[in-house]
Design a protein around this ligand. Structure first.
Ligand code: CAA
Length: 257
């Protein structure tokens, strides 16, 4: 199942994507981003998959966009190719996406992490936007996503200074969800995935849509979507099963229908 720049496999009902350009600290060239997005979409369509897990290797999640690939770009070549347009498709993935971060998540690597729903990081992981040191700035969502995650003042400080942020600090600011010992990151992420796999899949999708709406829209529009999704959840067998199981004092078994 693997492609040129990613390894792909499954762990139970979790679809795993491993970034695989170890010689360049998993720098994200355009082909690799295409492969990641295509694979996320394939897992999103696959009925046997409940959660998507993305990881790098023990040294690097990803060190950013491939600098060699983009160093000769011009405004016109970028406008024509629009290399970041493909990133928008990640926002449309409906299933939960968990990132497991060991080592560096820099530039586009950090942006990839910020496109995920839940983030588990090694206690010595480093996050950052070094683009300012290259005379550019984040371009795949970093200024927007980090600001929404940690607030304007701290986001501006991190992006302006271009220095890496440690995992503990990222956790304190609510940018990531959990910290683990480096060798336990994957185990922790898969445990989280396994917990999510037992939840009602339609509920998870409707919740993801509604929570994302809270970040991006005025309150009244978010409330309208939340109410619509709440009502929609009652169209599923899982709603019947969940409430019946509660009254029968047993654990529900969710089927995703
Ligand atoms: N692009 C291309 N190649 C990269 C790379 C990148 N982003 N990051 C690392 N590499 C390559 C290095 O050139 C090196 O290759 P060689 O062995 O052929 O010399 C190899 O990966 C290993 O890197 P280092 O020798 O530098 O390893 P290190 O452990 O000393 O340092 C690092 C690791 C801190 C990640 C360092 O490589 C680094 O600072 N990389 C650049 C990070 C960066 O600036 N990222 C932002 C990119 S721009 C961006 O992402 C824009 C956007 O918004 C999408």
């Amino acid at each position: 199942m693997s492609k040129e720049h990613i390894n792909v496999y499954t762990e139970g009902s979790t679809g795993v994507i491993q970034l695989n350009r170890p010689k360049v600290a998993n720098a994200l060239n355009r082909k690799m981003v295409d492969e990641i997005v295509e694979q996320m979409e394939a897992f999103d369509r696959d009925e046997t998959i409940r959660v998507i897990f993305i990881k790098g290797n023990e040294k690097a999640f990803a060190a950013g966009a491939d600098i060699e690939e983009m160093m000769d770009d011009t405004p016109l070549s970028l406008e024509q190719l629009d290399p970041f347009a493909v990133w928008d498709r990640m926002m449309l993935i409906k299933k939960p996406i968990i990132a497991g971060v060991n080592g560096f998540a820099l530039g586009g690597g950090f942006e990839l992490v910020l496109h995920c729903d839940l983030i588990v990081a090694a206690e010595d992981a480093k996050f950052g936007f070094p683009e300012v040191n290259l005379g550019v700035m984040p371009g795949a969502g970093g200024t927007q996503l980090l600001t929404k995650a940690m607030g304007r003042a701290k986001a501006l400080e991190w992006i302006w200074l271009g220095q890496p942020m440690g995992a503990q600090e990222a956790l304190n600011y609510g940018v990531i969800n959990r910290i683990a010992a480096p060798e336990l990151v994957e185990e922790e992420a898969l445990r989280l995935a396994s917990q999510l796999s037992k939840q009602a899949p339609v509920s998870l999708r409707l919740i993801k849509e509604a929570v994302s709406e809270a970040v991006d829209t005025p309150l009244n529009e978010g409330l309208t979507l939340e109410r619509k999704n709440f009502y929609l959840a009652f169209a599923t067998q899982d709603q019947k099963e969940g409430m019946k199981a509660f009254t029968e004092k047993r654990r529900p078994s969710f089927k995703g229908v």
